[in-house]
Design a protein around this ligand. Structure first.
Ligand code: PEP
Length: 261
């Protein structure tokens, strides 16, 4: 079966509720048919702030065309953890999944590989989807150790995961940190090499259940570079930050993901 293609907008700490509603309305009013040529399954997700999640509810699956993601999820099920939002709370709020291990959470909020691994396991156990982000910083890229670094992040993040939880709910995102919000993008060749390594590792450790996972690219994806990145065999779509805050730019990226061969 063909791998599912995703375009997921990460709105980060942007947009008050009114602006979130306006942007979601503009995106939904022009979304292309969600099936790519050849019957490939194509999905579109939005990750607004926690307080705007309910604003997007009218358009979420199964009634509507959007999948709804939180930008984070707690590393514990429930209890005395002030400020945290647990996986069951997200599911109860009608949210489909969560972004886990985004580089901003790792670098700005001190999330460790161990925390990321717990979040991945708990969220998948709660039947949420997980967009697991991995990616190297500039120093690691320049040292030439980027592949082993990213594979070790992936291996750590999945270290607590029982094989039965390896299914389509897990989505990977390769996001080189030096390309996030900087206007620099990995070349299609760089992305191809990393995505190939990630898929090979997934197959080695989880068999076809691992190899069939969607692997998204993220890092300054824009309408003018999305087609070349989609042409790379192992890129199954995008996690989009800045460009997801403009309806037309995001829609153009979605269209490129839908129409890519
Ligand atoms: C991101 O934050 O996940 C991201 C890819 O951001 P940007 O597209 O702005 O680089």
């Amino acid at each position: 079966m063909a791998r599912t293609r995703w375009t997921i907008g990460n709105w980060k700490q942007n947009l008050l509720r009114g602006a979130a509603e306006e942007l979601a309305t503009a995106v939904v009013s022009d979304l292309p048919e969600p099936v790519a040529e050849g019957g490939k399954q194509v999905r579109v997700g939005i990750a607004p702030s926690f307080v705007a999640l309910d604003v997007l509810r009218p358009w979420v699956r199964p009634q509507g065309p959007l999948f709804l993601f939180a930008q984070n999820v707690a590393a514990q099920e429930e209890g005395a953890f002030t400020g945290e939002v647990g996986p069951d709370m997200l599911r109860d709020a009608g949210v489909h999944g969560a972004i886990v291990g985004h580089s901003e959470r790792r670098t700005l909020f001190g999330e460790t590989d161990t925390t990321v691994a717990r979040k991945v396991k708990l969220a998948l156990e709660a039947d949420l989807r997980v967009v697991l982000c991995v990616g190297e910083g500039l120093e690691v890229r320049e040292s030439g150790n980027h592949e082993s670094f990213v594979i070790s992040q992936l291996s750590a993040a999945l270290s607590q995961l029982p094989h039965e939880l390896m299914n389509e709910r897990l989505i990977l995102a390769y996001e080189p940190v030096w390309a996030i919000g900087t206007g620099k993008t990995a070349t299609p060749r760089d992305a191809a090499a990393m995505h190939r390594s990630l898929r090979a590792w997934m197959e080695k450790h989880f068999g076809s259940a691992g190899a069939d996972r969607s692997i998204l690219y993220g890092g300054s994806v824009k309408p003018n570079n999305a087609a070349a990145l989609m042409a790379v065999g192992d890129v199954d779509g995008f996690l989009v930050g800045g460009a997801s805050l403009e309806a037309e730019a995001f829609l153009q990226i979605v269209r490129l993901v839908v129409s890519a061969a």
